[in-house]
Design a binder for this molecule. Structure first.
Ligand SMILES: Nc1nc2c(ncn2[C@@H]2O[C@H](COP(=O)(O)OP(=O)(O)OP(=O)(O)O)[C@@H](O)[C@H]2O)c(=O)[nH]1
Ligand SMILES: [Mg+2]
Length: 706
């Protein structure tokens, strides 16, 4: 099956356009074409596979790329590192991998594993159990020690690169491996996993029509919580999400929270894969029931979105790929009458061939078909449309420069013919000072806008920090009721509660909302500044040259909206209850709610601070990316004036001496006119070609997507 054939056409069209431009323009302009080509070559459709631990994410991905046992998948906690499978990226090696390790500061943060929070908790709540935190970070450090010896520090900040790929290679870097380390020295299983921050794997697969990065992620409830944040950051950068659920334990609250935050962003597409249907008792009855259940819960939680849901089994798809003897037996076992009934009722007919039956039931073809249309029509296409916008802006700039050059040559020819040649030099000098004047004005507009945008970005960044902190405060205050409920319940049972586990779900929603709203406002402000600047620059150019520049626009800039999955980083907070001092032994012990709330406040402030900082970083990145993309368009205008100026200066220098020589010699004058005229012809042809390119760009489907 071809995945994303339409987008391939769009991509090919843009590539052809750049090739075409290369042939039309001169050497200087070719540099701009090269930088556009670089952007195009770096572009990829980005799909992330997410879901709970053991849902079958890695197995699903292996089936998607047709490789049995490629990404490690097992019953033990396994994938522990975000793994990017980079398929068909033009600048990547044909095959191979690159594993990047944490740097020293990252690592320090990991192995100190919230030690500050631990300290604080212990200080505020003597005897409170902080074992989990301590265990996690110590395990992490010990693992690295055991597996890599005491020199593991030399790996930090480094990377390992390979020119080949093998499942064993991946096992060393991306899986947490089994709990015990027995035999690890020999197998090197998970050897580097503790230190690996991200794995990049390169491959070529003809089925994928456009460059695609498919990301395997550790389960969202991975016991190694420290990694959640890296997973979240990589999710922020993906566009299409495949949420893998397990058919017999569908959709937890964590899943819903994650899906909600992803799906609410218009720039992201979400596809749900209900995996493991082979484990249901009765396909025919159970599959529709599970599907209905999933879609009902999604509709209730996120009514505004109509999710695409596919049911299937990565296991069956994997069976089709396997060539070992055991697989043949397993295939025989699963290929039951019941399976055929299911296929018949779902697809109408049952294929003759066993492998075809298993593949159909696995749902993989349906997933691919759905993915293909999601990619063809979704975010990626909007991103390509933005590149088209960049190309149009550049073409507009080239047209401008060429036209100005032609007109100026025309002027020069006329003054040589009608007047003395010295006048031509004077004209050229006058023109240069005119262009310089425009250049100065444009630079001033841009400087103004830069200053305004910086102010806006800083303003919303710091106000967001305040807002997030206020959310946390408000959330903490709201917990009084939770405390009292817990106390009430435990006293009903005749016990005394020592600590409360606080669910931060509502806080996460509030944080996500704040991020989204702040971004809306900041984006609106930035857009106004960009628009004003663009308008002022255009007007300045129009006043001087009467040339329209409307192809330079701010259409299709990135990040129309933004929110970060980082707001989901922490699910529960543990807080101990502080007893009221002075309670007499004959009275029931009572809890001081005020003091306990104060303790929670301190813990929440400390515990959530790193998340808040990271959210702010991500927020800032998005703000800056949009502003920079807008500014890059405006810079096309500046560049075209710069090029015009440079061309005039060059000509002035070259022609001045010659003009003085030919001033009194009509023969030489005629030669000069001839030379200028043939130059004009070249420019005339270039203009024609450029306008051809521009109208093709305008007609393309991508123009509409912008
Ligand atoms: N029966 C059945 N087993 C499956 C299916 N998909 C995966 N498994 C098995 O479930 C186990 C876990 O699969 P993985 O692919 O490692 O799951 P994962 O989501 O990547 O797990 P983590 O990386 O640990 O989060 C493996 O033993 C798989 O063979 C399925 O559709 N049916
Ligand atoms: Mg996995």
């Amino acid at each position: 099956m071809k995945i994303a054939p339409n987008q391939r056409q769009e991509l090919d069209f843009l590539r052809d356009t750049l090739d075409n431009l290369d042939g039309i323009v001169d050497r200087k302009m070719r540099q701009n074409v090269a930088s556009l080509r670089e952007q195009l070559d770096d572009w990829a459709s980005k799909i992330a596979v997410i879901g709970q631990v053991k849902a079958g994410k890695s197995t699903f991905l292996n089936a998607l790329i047709h490789q049995h046992d490629f990404l490690p998948s097992d019953i033990n906690p396994w994938t522990s590192v975000v793994t990017n499978i980079r398929v068909n990226l033009p600048n990547d090696p044909i095959s191979g991998a690159r594993f990047e390790f944490f740097d020293e500061p990252d690592w320090q943060e990991i192995i100190s594993g919230g030690s500050r929070i631990r300290e604080l908790t212990e200080q505020l709540l003597p005897g409170f159990d902080t074992e989990l935190l301590r265990q996690q970070s110590e395990e992490m450090r010990d693992r690295a020690h055991r597996r890599l010896g005491k020199h593991y520090h030399t790996l930090l900040g480094n990377y390992h690169e390979y020119e080949f790929l093998s499942p064993d290679l991946l096992k060393r870097y991306v899986c947490a491996g089994p709990g015990s380390d027995a035999g690890l020295e020999r197998e090197a299983l998970g050897r580097y996993a503790a230190l690996t921050k991200v794995a990049n794997v390169y491959m070529r697969l003809p089925e994928f029509q456009v460059p695609t990065i498919v990301t395997d992620t550790p389960g969202v409830n991975d016991p190694f919580l420290v990694r959640d944040e890296f997973t979240c950051r990589s999710l922020d950068h993906s566009d299409v999400f495949v949420v893998v659920l397990s058919a017999h334990q569908p959709l937890t609250d964590v899943d819903i929270a994650l899906i909600r935050i992803l799906a609410k962003q218009e720039s992201k597409d979400v596809l749900i894969f209900v995996n493991r249907i082979d484990e249901l008792d009765d396909y025919d009855r159970e599959v529709p029931r599970v599907m209905e259940d999933v879609s009902k819960r999604l509709r209730a939680a996120i009514p505004e979105i109509d999710f695409r849901i596919v049911a299937g089994s990565a296991y069956l798809a994997d069976l089709v790929l396997r060539t070992d003897a055991a697989a043949e037996i397993a295939r025989h076992e699963v290929d039951t009458e019941e399976l055929s009934d299911f296929i018949r009722s779902k697809y109408g007919t049952v294929p003759e061939d066993r492998l075809d039956r298993l593949l159909l039931a696995s749902g993989m073809n349906e997933v691919k078909g759905t993915l293909s249309s999601v990619i063809d029509n979704g975010v990626g296409t909007r991103q390509l449309a933005r590149l088209l916008g960049d190309i149009r802006a550049e073409v507009n700039g080239m047209q401008f420069v060429t036209k100005r050059e032609r007109d100026s040559l025309q002027l020069q020819v006329e003054s040589i013919r009608t007047d003395v040649a010295e006048a031509a030099v004077e004209d050229l000098e006058k023109e240069i000072s005119g262009v310089r004047d425009v250049q100065g004005k444009l630079e001033a507009h841009v400087e103004d806008a830069d200053a305004q945008i910086e102010k806006i970005v800083t303003k919303y960044w710091s106000s967001l920090e305040e807002r997030l902190n206020r959310c946390i405060e408000a959330f903490v205050d709201d917990q009084k009721q939770t405390f009292q409920d817990t106390l009430f319940k435990s006293s009903m049972r005749g016990t005394t509660a020592k600590s409360v586990e606080i669910d931060t779900g509502s806080l996460q929603d509030a944080l996500a909302r704040e991020v989204m709203q702040s971004f809306d406002k900041s984006r609106a402000g930035t857009d106004v500044a960009l628009n004003n600047c663009l308008h002022a620059c255009r007007q300045t150019i129009k006043d001087a040259f009467e040339d329209p520049t409307e192809n330079v626009s701010l259409d299709g800039l990135p990040f129309d909206e933004f929110t970060s999955t980082l707001t989901l980083a922490k699910r529960t907070l543990q807080v101990g209850l502080i007893a009221d001092r002075g309670w007499a032994f004959w009275r029931k012990p009572s809890v001081n709610v005020e003091k306990s709330i104060e303790a929670l406040r301190a813990i929440a402030a400390e515990d959530l601070r790193p998340s808040v900082e990271k959210i702010l970083d991500a927020f800032n990145e998005a703000q800056v990316e949009r502003a920079s993309a807008g500014m890059a368009r405006i810079h096309v205008l500046l560049r075209m004036i710069d090029t015009t100026l440079a061309e005039r200066m060059h000509r002035l220098k070259k022609d001045k001496a010659e003009m003085e020589k030919i001033a009194t010699n009509p023969d030489l004058q005629a030669t000069m006119v001839h030379r200028l005229q043939s130059k004009m012809e070249v420019l005339e042809r270039r203009l024609l070609n450029l306008s051809g390119v521009d109208s093709a760009l305008l007609r393309s489907d991508l123009s509409e997507a912008a």
